[in-house]
Design a protein around this ligand. Structure first.
Ligand SMILES: Nc1nc2c(c(=O)[nH]1)N[C@H]1C(S)=C(S)[C@@H](COP(=O)(O)O)O[C@H]1N2
Ligand SMILES: [Mo]
Length: 547
C-alpha cells in the first residue's frame, strides 16, 4: 500500500487527538509528580527552564512590561506552546503515527532535561516526564486507531444507545470493508465519529482528573504553617512610623509598604516554593569551623530583632516602583555566621533557596553587626507571605535584592567569590552590587494628572542603604537646586521622605528633578546608566502640568 492509499485522519480529528495526546501527557505527569515529588512537574520545570534561559534584555523587558504579572504571562506562553505542539503533533500524524510519536518523545526528553535541571528534583521525580511521554504516545495511538476505525465494528453495547441504533449496528458489515478503510473515517458514518468523540471526551476527562489529582496530592498547607507562626514579638519592638516621617503619605506613598503592595521579583513560578516550618531547616556550612543546621523552632528561640528596611531591586528603573519598605522581624544573621566561625580566606556568603536560586553577598558585610543582616520571619507584623519567602528569607541592608535577599532560604555556604558564582552573576549581572543612592518624585505625578497652578507641594522619597540620607535637593525648570524638607529619619537603611513648596507655579508644562546626598554627604550620580551590570544611576526628572 503506498502512502496515498493509507487511511488518513481528518484534519479536525487529528488536531483534537494531537492536543489530547499532549494534554494526557501533562495530566498524567502532574499526577505522577504529585505522588513522587511535587515541585518536579515537567510543565513548571519547562517554565522554570525558560526563565533561567531568558536573555537579560528580555528579563528587564518582562519585569518592566508585565511587572508582577510576568509569571502568569510566562505560564500562559508555555500553555499556548503546548497547545500548538499538540496541534502540530496531530497534523503530522495523519497518515502515520510515527512523526507524532517522535515529537511526543522529543517533548518527553525536553521535560526530562528540564525536570533534571531543577535543583529540588529527586531521582523519583524523573519518573514523571517518562510516564508523561508514554501516556502521550499511548493516547496518540489509541485515538488514531479509533479515528480510523472501520464503520464495520460499531460498539453495539454503547451506553445509552437506542434500540434502533443497536439494531442498525448489528446489521452485517459491508463487504468492501477494506475499501472503506482506505478512505478512513471520511466515509464512515456517525457511529465511528461518535466513537472517536466519545473516546476523546473520555481521554480529556481522565487527563483532567489526573492533572487535578496531582495538584491535590502535591498541595502543601502553607496557610496553616503561616498561621502557626503568627506574629512574633521582638525584644525591642519598633515604634510606629511618626506622621513627621511619613509625610508623602497624603500624596500616595506611605512610608511602610503594605505586604500586598510590596514589590515582588523572583524567578519562581506561581507563589513560589510551598514550604512549611516543619519541612524547613537551614544549613550553614563550607569554610566554617563548626557547621550549623537549625530548625525553625530553634531559629525563633533566638533573640528576635526588628528592623525598618527599604528594599531595592537591581531592575529598579529611575522613578519606578521596584523599591519598597517594611518592618521585618527575625534573627541576627551576623551572630549565626559568627557562631559557625568563618575561616580565613573566605569572602563570600553563598545563599540558596529551596528552588535552587542562589545569591552571593560579601562576608564582611554580612558579619558587620552595624549593618544588621538578618534572617526574617515576619513582615509588617505577619508571617512572611509565601511570595516573599516563607518561612525564612535573608536580608542584608545596602545590597540589591538579587545579591542579598534570598527567599525560601535553606542553605548558606561560606566560601569565596572565586569558587562560586550565583544565579544572576552567571547571567551578566555584577557578583555583588551595593544599592545606589536614589531619589524619586512621588508628586506631582506627571503630565497625566495636572496639579492646580499656584503653590505646588512636591514630595518624594530618597534612600541610600546603609548610610541613610542627609539632604535632598529639587530643581524646578532649569533653576538653582533648592533644599527640600526631610521627613524624620527612620534609620540608615530606610528611605526618607521629602517635600518642598514650589511657589507660584503658572499654568502650563514644567520640569522637576530631584537628587539626594547620602549620610556621608556624597551626592547621587546624575549619570544615567543601564541597569546592567550593577544597577541604574541617574536623576529622576519629570514633566508635569499645572492648570
Ligand atoms: N529564592 C529567591 N530569592 C530571591 C529572588 C529569587 O528569584 N529567588 N530574587 C531576588 C531579587 S532580584 C529581589 S529584588 C528580591 C525581591 O524580594 P521581594 O520579592 O520580597 O520584594 O528577592 C531576591 N530573592
Ligand atoms: Mo531584584
Amino acid at each position: 500500500m503506498n502512502d496515498q492509499q493509507r487511511p488518513r485522519v481528518s484534519i479536525p480529528s487529528s488536531i483534537l487527538l494531537g492536543v489530547l495526546a499532549v494534554g494526557a501527557a501533562l495530566g498524567v505527569s502532574n499526577l505522577v509528580a504529585g505522588v513522587v515529588n511535587p515541585p518536579s512537574t515537567p510543565f513548571l520545570a519547562v517554565g522554570n527552564a525558560a526563565i533561567d534561559r531568558t536573555p537579560k534584555g528580555l528579563r528587564e523587558f518582562g519585569i518592566s512590561t508585565f511587572g508582577a504579572n510576568d509569571k502568569p504571562v510566562l505560564l500562559l506562553g508555555v500553555g499556548i506552546a503546548m497547545v500548538v505542539l499538540g496541534v502540530v503533533t496531530g497534523l503530522i500524524s495523519r497518515r502515520s503515527a510515527a512523526p507524532g510519536i517522535v515529537l511526543v518523545g522529543v517533548l518527553g526528553v525536553v521535560g526530562l532535561l528540564a525536570v533534571h535541571s531543577r535543583p529540588n528534583t529527586t531521582t523519583a521525580g524523573l519518573v514523571s516526564p517518562v510516564v508523561a511521554a508514554i501516556a502521550g504516545v499511548a493516547t496518540l495511538l489509541v485515538l488514531r486507531r479509533v479515528a480510523l476505525a472501520r464503520a464495520t465494528a460499531p460498539n453495539r453495547y454503547r451506553h445509552g444507545a437506542t434500540a434502533t441504533e443497536v439494531a442498525a449496528a448489528s446489521r452485517p458489515a459491508p463487504k468492501d470493508a477494506d475499501q472503506l478503510a482506505t478512505v478512513g473515517e471520511g466515509s464512515s458514518h456517525g457511529i465511528s465519529r461518535r466513537g472517536f468523540l466519545g473516546t476523546s471526551a473520555g481521554v480529556a476527562v481522565v487527563a483532567g482528573a489526573a492533572g487535578y489529582g496531582g495538584q491535590l496530592l502535591g498541595r502543601v498547607d502553607v496557610g496553616s504553617s503561616q498561621a502557626a507562626v503568627g506574629t512574633l514579638t521582638p525584644v525591642d519592638p519598633l515604634p510606629t512610623v511618626a506622621a513627621s516621617a511619613d509625610f508623602s503619605a497624603d500624596k500616595g506613598l506611605s512610608f511602610i509598604t503594605s505586604n500586598a503592595d510590596f514589590y515582588r521579583v523572583d524567578i519562581a513560578l506561581g507563589d513560589g516554593p510551598a514550604l512549611t516550618t516543619q519541612d524547613w531547616s537551614l544549613r550553614i556550612h563550607g569554610m566554617v569551623d563548626k557547621e550549623i543546621t537549625i530548625s525553625f523552632a530553634d531559629l525563633v528561640k533566638r533573640p528576635l530583632i526588628e528592623k525598618r528596611l527599604t528594599f531595592t531591586c537591581i531592575s529598579y528603573v529611575i522613578g519606578s516602583q521596584l523599591v519598597s519598605t517594611a518592618d521585618w522581624v527575625g534573627v541576627s544573621l551576623a551572630d549565626l555566621i559568627s557562631e559557625a566561625g568563618p575561616q580565613a580566606g573566605a569572602d563570600q556568603i553563598f545563599s540558596m533557596s529551596s528552588d535552587g536560586y542562589t545569591a552571593s553577598t560579601p562576608l564582611d558585610a554580612v558579619i558587620d553587626p552595624a549593618r544588621g543582616a538578618m534572617l526574617a520571619v515576619n513582615m509588617n507584623g505577619e508571617p512572611l507571605p509565601q511570595v516573599h519567602g516563607f518561612p525564612v528569607r535573608m536580608i542584608v541592608p545596602g545590597f540589591y535584592g538579587y545579591c542579598s535577599a534570598t527567599k525560601w532560604l535553606v542553605d548558606i555556604e561560606v566560601t569565596t567569590f572565586a569558587a562560586k558564582k550565583a544565579y544572576w552573576t552567571t547571567r551578566d549581572y555584577a557578583q555583588t552590587a551595593p544599592v545606589k543612592t536614589g531619589s524619586k518624585i512621588v508628586y506631582p505625578k506627571g503630565l497625566t494628572q495636572p496639579v492646580p497652578a499656584g503653590t505646588v507641594t512636591a514630595t518624594g522619597a530618597a534612600w541610600s542603604q546603609p548610610n541613610g540620607i542627609s539632604k535632598v535637593e529639587v530643581q524646578y525648570e532649569d533653576g538653582a537646586w533648592m533644599e527640600a524638607r526631610l521627613g524624620d529619619d527612620e534609620g540608615p537603611s530606610s528611605w526618607r521622605m521629602w517635600r518642598i513648596d514650589l511657589p507660584s507655579v503658572p499654568a502650563g508644562n514644567h520640569f522637576l528633578s530631584c537628587r539626594a546626598y547620602d549620610g556621608k554627604g556624597r551626592l547621587q550620580s546624575a549619570v544615567m546608566s543601564e541597569v546592567l551590570p550593577d544597577g541604574q544611576s541617574g536623576l529622576h526628572r519629570i514633566n508635569f502640568s499645572a492648570m
